[in-house]
Ligand binder design. Structure first.
Ligand code: GLN
Length: 489
C-alpha cells in the first residue's frame, strides 16, 4: 500500500476512506521503529497512545482539520502524557502536569501525536548536536547534521516518520533545519501562536511554528495553532485567517526586496548563492519586481542576538535548581548553595552552561548598560531597518542558511562558527517578523543536500507570505524530492 507522506493528502485520504488513520499511523510507527535507532530524531515515541487516538478517529469519535494525521512535536513542548525533556539531563524524567496550548489545539483538531522530537538542549544550538541524548542525523546524508535546534522535527518529517511536525524558533530553529532537511518551515510573527507550555529559552524571541513538505501543509498547521490565548499574555487577539483558502492565488504586483548587505556578505556557499539567485529569476518570470533594499544593521544581528538570548536564558533557566525543578545531585553536599551548583553543573550541558554564564555576566551591574542595554538599542535599529525596507517591498528574500547541511562534528569545537550559521535567521526574531523557509534547490553531491530560501514579511503578513511562497513552490518541484531509500543508510 502506498501511503501519503504529506499532511493534506493524508488527511484527505483518511477522510475519503481510502486509508484508515490506524493504517497510516501503523506505517509511520513502523518507519520510526526501523529508522530512529540510526537517525535519533525522537526522544520518545507514543506508539500505543497514537494507535488509540487513530482508532478513535477511525470510529468517528474525533474529527477536525487534522483528523487522523501523524504529527511529531518538539520535546520542549509540555505534554501531560509522557516526558518533556528539552533534550537535557536536567529534565530527563520531567513530567509536565499540563499540555501546552498548541498541543491541546493540535489534538482537538484530530492530530495523532506519534512522539516528541530531539533538539539542542533547551533549544540552544543550530545542529541538534547539543542534545544530552546524542545528535540527530540528516536523512539526506547521515554524515551531516539536520540543523537545529528543531533538528529532530525536521529530520522526522524528511524521513517519513510523520506527515507534519512542530518546532520552536528563537533565532532560526524552525527555518534553518527546514532548509537543511529540504522541507518547509515557518516562524510566525511574535504573538501569533501561544507559547503557553513551551519551555522558555528567550521569551522575547521564542515562537512555535510548523514544518510541512508543502506550503499548504505548513499553512494548515499554522491555522490550527494560531490565535489568542488568555494563558499567554504575549499572544495577540488579531483574527486568524484561513491560511489555506487563498493559497493558490498569486500576489499581483509582487515586489521582492533583496537586501544589499546580503549580496556582499562573504561566507555564503556558492551553491546556496546560485540556487537563491535562480529563485529570484524564477520570481521575476512569475511577474515579480525585484527591488534593492538596505538592512544596514543586520551585521550586528548575531552580536545582539547572542547577548539578548543568553541574558533571557540565564533568567529563565534559574528555576532548574534541583529543588523546584530538575535533576538533583546525589553527591553529599554541605549546604544549599552547593546543592544548587552541583545539580546545575551535572544537569546542564556545556553549551547551556556557556549561555548561562554569558547571560549572567552581561546582566550584572556594571556590564548591563554596555551589553544588554546596547543590544536592545541595536534591536530597535534592526526593527527600524525592516520597517523602512517594507515601505518598498512586500517581502524580503535571502538564503535561510549560508551553507547546506554541514558535517556532524564540523563546528562543535568552535561556538562562534556555530553562531554564525544563524546570520540570516536571527534578525527576523529580533524584529518579531514572520519568516518561512522553502526548498529551492539541491547540491550535486552523490547524496544531494537540500538548499533553502527564506522569505521574511511584515508583522502578521503570514497569509501573504504563504501565498508568495506557494507561487514559487507551484512553479518548481523541489518539494517533491525525497531522501534516497533506505533512508539513513
Ligand atoms: N541557533 C540559535 C541559538 O542557538 C537559535 C536557536 C533557536 O532558534 N532556538 O540560539
Amino acid at each position: 500500500m502506498d501511503f501519503p507522506d504529506t499532511l493534506i493528502p493524508a488527511r484527505d485520504a483518511i477522510r475519503e476512506g481510502r486509508i484508515s488513520s490506524r493504517q497510516l499511523t501503523r506505517h509511520v510507527l513502523d518507519r520510526i521503529e526501523s529508522l530512529n535507532g540510526r537517525l535519533n530524531a525522537f526522544n520518545s515515541v507514543w506508539a500505543d497512545r497514537a494507535m488509540q487516538v487513530a482508532a478513535q478517529v477511525d470510529e468517528g469519535r474525533i474529527g477536525g482539520p487534522l483528523a487522523g494525521v501523524p504529527i511529531a512535536i518538539k520535546d520542549n513542548l509540555c505534554t501531560a502524557f509522557g516526558t518533556t525533556t528539552c533534550s537535557s539531563k536536567m529534565l530527563r524524567q520531567f513530567r509536565s502536569p499540563y499540555d501546552a496550548t498548541v498541543v491541546r489545539k493540535l489534538e482537538s483538531a484530530g492530530a495523532v501525536i506519534v512522539g516528541k522530537t530531539n533538539l539542542d538542549e533547551f533549544a540552544m544550538g543550530s545542529s541538534t548536536e547539543n542534545s544530552a541524548f546524542g545528535p540527530t542525523l540528516n536523512p539526506w546524508d547521515p554524515a551531516r547534521v539536520p540543523g537545529g535546534s528543531s533538528g529532530g522535527s525536521a529530520a522526522a518529517l524528511a524521513a517519513g516518520m510523520c506527515c507534519g511536525a512542530v518546532g520552536s524558533d528563537t533565532g532560526g530553529s524552525i527555518r534553518q533545519p527546514a532548509a537543511l532537511c529540504g522541507v518547509v518551515g515557518l516562524k510566525p510573527t511574535y504573538g501569533r501562536v501561544s507559547r503557553y507550555g513551551l519551555v522558555a529559552y528567550a521569551s522575547s524571541l521564542d515562537q512555535i511554528g510548523p514544518f510541512g513538505w508543502t506550503v499548504a501543509d505548513a499553512a494548515l498547521l499554522l491555522g490550527v495553532m494560531a490565535g489568542h490565548d488568555p494563558k499567554d499574555s504575549t499572544s495577540v487577539s488579531e483574527p486568524v485567517p484561513d491560511y489555506v483558502a487563498d493559497l493558490d492565488r498569486p500576489v499581483e504586483g509582487l515586489r521582492i526586496g533583496l537586501p544589499r548587505e546580503y549580496q556582499l556578505a562573504g561566507g555564503i556557499d556558492a551553491r546556496v548563492k546560485s540556487a537563491v539567485d535562480a529563485a529570484v529569476g524564477r520570481y521575476q518570470q512569475l511577474g515579480a519586481e525585484v527591488v534593492e533594499v538596505s538592512l544596514p544593521h543586520t551585521e550586528y544581528g548575531i552580536a545582539a542576538y547572542y547577548v539578548i538570548a543568553p541574558c533571557e536564558a540565564s533568567s529563565n533557566l534559574a528555576r532548574y535548581d534541583g529543588v523546584h525543578f530538575g535533576h538533583r545531585t546525589s553527591e553529599r553536599v554541605r549546604d544549599i548553595i552547593e546543592l544548587f551548583s552541583r545539580s546545575r553543573a551535572e544537569g546542564f550541558g556545556a553549551e547551556v552552561q556557556r549561555r548561562i554564564m554569558i547571560g549572567t555576566y552581561a546582566l550584572s551591574s556594571g556590564y548591563y548598560d554596555a551589553y544588554y542595554l546596547r543590544a536592545l538599542k541595536v534591536r530597535a535599529l534592526i526593527r527600524r531597518d525592516f520597517d523602512e525596507a517594507f515601505k518598498r517591498c512586500d517581502v524580503i528574500l535571502c538564503p535561510t542558511s549560508p551553507t547546506p547541511a554541514f558535517r556532524v562534528g564540523e563546528k562543535t569545537g568552535d561556538p562562534l562558527q556555530m553562531y554564525l550559521v544563524d546570520v540570516f535567521t536571527v534578525t527576523c526574531n529580533i524584529a518579531a517578523l514572520p519568516g518561512i523557509s522553502i526548498p529551492c534547490g539541491f547540491t550535486d553531491d552523490p547524496r544531494p543536500l537540500p538548499i533553502g530560501l527564506q522569505l521574511i514579511g511584515p508583522t502578521f503578513s503570514e497569509q501573504k507570505l504563504l501565498r508568495i511562497a506557494r507561487m514559487y513552490e507551484a512553479a518548481t518541484d523541489w518539494h517533491c524530492r525525497r531522501p534516497a531509500e533506505p533512508v539513513g543508510a
